[in-house]
Design a protein around this ligand. Sequence first.
Ligand code: UTP
Length: 485
Amino acid sequence: MAKSTPRKTRKSTIDTLRAVLAVHGQEHLLAFWDELDARQRDQLAEQIGQVDWELIAELIPTHVLAEPATKLPQEIQPPPILPYEPTDEAMRKRYAKARAAGEKLIGQGKVAAFVVAGGQGTRLGYDGPKGCLGVSPVQRKSLFALFAEQLLATHRRWGHAVPWYIMTSPANDKATRDYFKANRYFGLSKDDVMFFAQGTMPAIGTDGKLLLAEKDSLALSPNGHGGSLTALAASGALADMAQRGVETISYFQVDNPLVRCVDPLFIGLHHEAKAEMSAKALPKREPLEKLGNFCIVDGKTTVIEYSDMPEDLACATRPDGRLKFSAGSIAIHLFSRTFVERLTKGGRCSLPFHRAIKKVKHIDGAGKHIEPEQPNAVKLEMFVFDALPLAKKSVILETRRLEEFSPVKNATGADSLNTCLHDQVRRAAAWLTAAGHAVPRDAANEVACAIEISPLFALDAAELATRDLSGQVLEPGKPVYLGGE
Ligand code: UTP
């Protein structure tokens, strides 16, 4: 939201708007102008003024009136993936050196955490910013609270605060800021927590006409997690990072409480390889699992969406029977700050737009509210992983599902709060078991009590193993909380 608009919409402004809209065949957006008061006119004028009309004109014929043809490259190869654990002595040395380098960078304040929390969370249907959802198994701490505890623990362990950038959307920005204020930033210094709202894109009817949400406002939605890169630049966050001496940005999504917000090994491997953008990968559960596929296309590391990956490629195997394209993308990335600066130079970041046909509430030509039963409009979004092929160098590090991935996407079923609670308990149980502590299990070998380990008690299994657990007797059905101040 870059440009400012004068308080009163002057005649010249409305004339300019009319002229712009006429060029693009979108005059209907001013159909109710005469009914609006001054404040409403200002709002609508501001929204229309902020639309990138050149971009919209490019996208309507290619992404709204038609479906962009996905051109599959000729040559697609699997990329090299670094294993979760080193497999030989040389790799052990490399990992140890990288971990130490990562720890040093964190201790020097050269790493920032960056969570994208601007999504609409429509599948979950939670009333409020998704990060405020209570997800921890015993204390029902929110996603934001759990990330804050990780960052506090990271600060304590390596001696430097990790600046935390939180991307919101215009729709949830205030609620997010209010939530942090009400919770006193969960013990973090207020000066180390920065919020900014991402950009929006108008929803466009399948006839190519932009939709009005109300007589005085466009139907706008966030421009995708790929919009985070431009938003980092436009908000001043990148400049703030430069001033603080941040070199590496640790990117994660708000819906995954298992994510390691700042991982020294990953950071060290990225740094030592002089990579510009890196990613964590999971071995796919099955060939057609709905995760993006890491590939090498024209020599560049690329993520091909599951929906764009031909089935024969997704299912292709190596001579030993393992999947050829086994690595799925889970939206955990590292960016070098200078890479994001380069991509966003000049204000626009040249990531492609993806179309999604959705049900979008709007008003019709008579001003009547319409709640469509069928998808009626195209939403346009950028995806952050499309930046990967633009990086000169990337590292892909495998991680484990149990350790690091259980997103809350849906209200019920797979990837819901229910599955996420179970996964958090399973990880806590695995850490306790690795530390030699007895964990009760039921007949199906599932953990028989809720367990929550606060990041302030232990950030990982290795740290838990150093804790005194002698007073903790776990019993079936009795919730256990291992916390810290
Ligand atoms: P999802 O793709 O799961 O979308 O976002 P969503 O909006 O949260 O949920 P649905 O699809 O409406 O149900 C993955 C991550 O990217 C962020 C989300 O907040 C989440 O952390 N995101 C997504 C943004 O920050 N901005 C966007 O425009 C889209």
